[in-house]
Design a protein around this ligand. Sequence first.
Ligand code: GDP
Ligand code: MG
Length: 370
Amino acid sequence: PESIKVGEFARLINKPSSEIIKKLLFMGVMATINHEITFETAEKIAEEYNIIVDKEIKKEKEEILINDFEDDEESLQVRPPVVTVMGHVDHGKTSLLDAIRHSKVTETEAGGITQHIGAYTVDINGSKVTFLDTPGHEAFTAMRARGAQATDIAILVVAADDGVMPQTVEAINHAKAANVPIIVAINKMDKPNANPDRVKQELTEYGLIAEDWGGDTVCVPVSAKSKIGIDNLLEMILLVAEIQQLTANPNRPAKGIIIEAKLDKGRGPVATVLVQKGTLRIGDAIVAGVAYGKVRAMVDDKGRKVKEAGPSIPVEVLGLSEVPNAGDILYCVSDDKTARQIGEIRKNKERQEHYANTAKVSLEDLFSQI
Ligand code: GDP
Ligand code: MG
């Protein structure tokens, strides 16, 4: 059915029914909240509010579902920045992420530092910062391929004894393409042959001019091994985040992105979700790619059970029908039935595409083996 009740539509876009009815009148449509309006009419009204009808869901004509509306200015609240660490292999990405985690998470906390959900949040004097554990390149490519972006700030790790290397350049290109600000962490400063000036010199070739060289690229000397400069780096992240004015509306149905997902023997499909807007709660009906379900339980990065997660907060979510893909967008929808319908429609589509592409895929597979 290509129509929707006025009342339901008003609820979905978070506007009073009376306003919608008034707008309909101006369009020459007499309606009450129980009247059905066509999808096209609903779309026109949504446009007046600068509300975007989610294209992916729109394609699934069986279910009219508008939940990716843009939020009013007044509803927006400051949210933590989401940070990805990128750089050449062995320059210290993992070590730096560990050093940051250790500096802010005490071993006595529930689950402590052993808990690993692919993302974690640290508290810096009352401000939160979320770090994605996924290798930066993978996170960027998987998510950007799906038109999603999870990162607000990229930390470019460059070893002070090795300088700019091929994957450093790749990382710079990824961050630039995604329009994400770069903070350079010049790592391994504890090494006797550390040469930060050489790093800065090499970076200029890629358009990154250090602040003390008259440019606007923040460069922080650190040592993940000796734990030097970590606090300074965190402060710089907060500073860059402040300039970006990162906000989201926490009071709306949640939208998030799958950071990673796996099948757990005991718990079934487990997905790490980074909430991007709204608040995800236990009991919410959700879809993520072809997976659907109801949030049965949520676990935070410290291994604690939680009942809700707001913008920029990563949580492990239990209750999906199957394992979604990294980069899939998670939507909270109106009810379980809708979630299942969307999941099944997508599954069918996927199946059809799979059969249509079988011959091609096997050829590609063949070549990738060579
Ligand atoms: P990744 O490949 O970028 O994740 O790099 P790793 O974090 O695995 O680090 C690669 C190697 O560099 C490891 O042997 C680390 O112990 C070492 N390393 C990382 N950070 C530092 C540092 O600040 N100083 C020194 N001396 N070694 C470091
Ligand atoms: Mg690593």
